[in-house]
Design a protein around this ligand. Structure first.
Ligand code: HPA
Length: 273
């Protein structure tokens, strides 16, 4: 455990002995899910000195803890991104704290641009794999052997059992759920049409500015990981429209009811995983 993690954990443990099973990171415009938790325990990031606080639109900054069905969950309402100037270590600090509290599963969500022909704005897509080649790996630096191995395997970042359960849950709820391969790009500028064409030809279908560093850190720590992307917009050059963060947030709000239903029922399905 890093010094930082130990420090944050000590402050949290003065407030609560809550042990989460699932850690949920809410993406742009998707924070409303956190409000569905009954009798939540709330810890604002500002109560944790030095903890990275989001400056991005649509991101608050607090941990929200409580039960979804029989499953204890900690939600990150608001995440930090590399483009805000945060280091990979800072971007991954919340995932490390949630793991230190006991979380075994990291459930990531994000808003993404999409380039697959079956996508439209509002499509929910289960992430099957990612591309990390354009960002700094969060494990660069000395390795903490207690936490994980120096060269962690990334053959199956997004857990097959979790994916199967989420797909089954979506089918039972009659919620269409596509699939995709996600790339984390540095941002904050959106991509050019040429960048989208290039990466699409290489198999990428979902374009975003988050998620992958957190997924790598979580796998290194031995957490199971899953991710759902909301396709907030077709990627640059596909529809010809200009991209705006307002559009991304509005798509999040519009998708919230279905997204919340799928995430809630999927978390209930994590009880025995
Ligand atoms: N590109 C990168 N990140 C994004 C996009 C996009 O088109 N939409 C939402 N996040």
């Amino acid at each position: 455990m890093t010094e930082e993690t130990r420090k944050y954990l000590a402050i949290i443990r003065e407030r609560t002995d809550f042990v989460p099973k699932v850690a949920l990171t809410l993406g742009s415009g998707l924070g409303g899910f956190a409000d569905t938790i009954q009798n939540p325990i709330v810890i604002p990031y500002t109560d944790l000195p030095g903890f990275p606080v989001s400056t991005a639109p649509g991101h608050e900054g607090k941990f929200i803890m409580g039960m979804i069905g029989d499953v204890p969950v900690i939600c990150m309402k608001g995440r930090v991104h590399s483009y805000e100037g945060y280091s990979p270590e800072q971007v991954c600090a919340p995932a490390r704290v949630m793991q230190a509290m006991g979380a075994q599963i990291l459930f990531l969500t994000n808003a993404a641009g999409g380039s697959k022909s079956t996508y439209h704005p509002g499509t929910l897509a289960l992430v099957t794999d990612h591309v990390s080649l354009f960002i700094r790996n969060p494990l660069i630096g000395p390795n903490d052997e207690e936490e994980g191995v120096r060269f962690p395997d990334m053959t199956q970042v997004y857990d097959a059992q979790l994916r199967e359960m989420i797909q089954k849950t979506a089918a039972e709820l009659s919620i269409p759920l596509d699939t995709g391969v996600y790339v984390q790009l540095s941002g904050p500028s959106f991509e050019t049409p040429s960048e989208i064409r290039l990466l699409s030809q290489l198999g990428v279908t979902l374009f975003g500015m988050s998620t992958v560093q957190e997924a790598i850190a979580a796998r290194h720590m031995g957490m199971k990981v899953c991710c759902i992307s909301l396709v907030s917009n077709l990627a640059a050059g596909i529809s010809g429209n200009k991209l705006t963060s307002e559009e991304v947030e509005a798509a999040g709000k519009a998708a919230e009811p279905l997204f919340t239903k799928l995430v809630t029922e999927s978390i209930k399905g994590m009880k025995n995983i």
